[in-house]
Design a protein around this ligand. Structure first.
Ligand code: ZN
Length: 313
């Protein structure tokens, strides 16, 4: 009777285990289920996680994360996640509610934690500062446009993966260190390329204020008719200001962001006489067959577009 009781108890325990929600750590041989909010972050998680991590991006490549409208499947994806990686700095205004609604117990890694932030461009604060509007106040969320900050992102991702999956902590540390070397080479390449652009050509117009970190790190001046979020449209006053500035400063080129409607920049190019300098990647990678399927590719594609449009003549 005693043995039967023990067996029954063991059976009951096994049954209970089967009914428990997804384990916090991956089962042996199974990859860690990681969810990143957008494609650039998903790539960084993939670089650090390697074969031990299966990464899903909520916002697809080419889509705009600012005004993202979560799909019902996103809630399920989060519920099944074992670790969630977000940018933070107010970039994903929709994520907190989605996490709460999903009931997920997965730890949330804020990739930008400890990054050196800059304030949102104050140009967009005056003139249309209705109470409750989201632009103007707070830090610029596009911290990944500085390679130095991506080193911080990678360290946070490494630590987050190691905590969620301690069995592979050494591999995560090794991958992060190797990727750090690739970031160093990218950083040097950007500096060399910008150094070859004549100083009076180091001015770039983009659709929204997504390149503040790139500008601060590498010495290019960026202007945009839209603020740090794409949620509010550029006002006629913003557009007129940009056109005046392009004419006054003889800005050579305006660029089309892949996540944005090209018509605004085409209008600005037409009215200011500036050339269209090609398509650049601000808040999203390209698809796998495009020119920017990874962060390193994205930064190099943008750099090539800036170099081609800005000179040396
Ligand atoms: Zn943006």
């Amino acid at each position: 009777m005693g043995a039967w009781r023990v067996r029954a108890a063991a059976g009951l325990a096994a049954l209970l285990l089967l009914c428990l929600p997804a384990p916090a750590q991956p089962a042996r041989g199974e990859p860690l289920r990681a969810v990143a909010t957008f494609s650039i972050l998903a790539d960084l998680v993939r670089q650090v996680g390697g074969a031990h991590v299966a990464v899903t991006s909520l916002v697809a490549p080419g889509a705009d994360a600012h005004g993202y409208n979560p799909a019902p499947t996103d809630s399920r994806t989060l519920a099944e996640a074992q670790v969630i990686v977000v940018n933070g700095l107010g970039f994903e205004g929709w994520i907190d509610r989605l996490i709460r609604a999903s009931g997920t117990k997965a730890p949330v890694v804020v990739a930008s934690k400890g990054a050196r932030t800059i304030a949102a461009n104050p140009e967009h604060e005056h003139g249309h500062g209705h109470a409750g509007h989201d632009h103007g106040a707070g830090p610029d969320p596009h911290a990944w446009q500085s390679v130095a900050n991506v080193r911080v992102y990678v360290a946070n991702i490494r630590d987050g993966l190691a905590k969620a999956d301690p069995a592979h902590a050494e591999d995560y540390a090794r991958n992060a260190a190797a990727y750090g070397g690739a970031l160093d080479r990218l950083d040097a390449e950007i500096r060399d390329t910008i150094a070859a652009v004549p100083p009076d050509h180091r001015r770039v117009i983009t659709t929204h204020d997504a390149f503040g970190y790139f500008g601060a790190s590498y010495g290019l001046a960026f202007l945009a008719p839209q603020g740090v979020s794409t949620a509010s449209e550029a006002s006629p006053r913003d557009v007129a200001r940009i056109i005046r500035q392009i004419r006054r400063d003889k800005v050579p080129a305006v660029f089309l962001e892949t996540i944005a409607d090209p018509r605004l920049m085409q209008q600005i190019a037409r009215e200011s006489g500036a050339r269209i300098g090609g398509r650049i990647y601000s808040d999203s990678l390209s698809g796998p067959d495009g020119p920017a399927p990874t962060y390193l590719d994205m930064m190099r594609a943008n750099l090539a577009a800036f170099r081609a449009a800005l000179g040396p003549a």
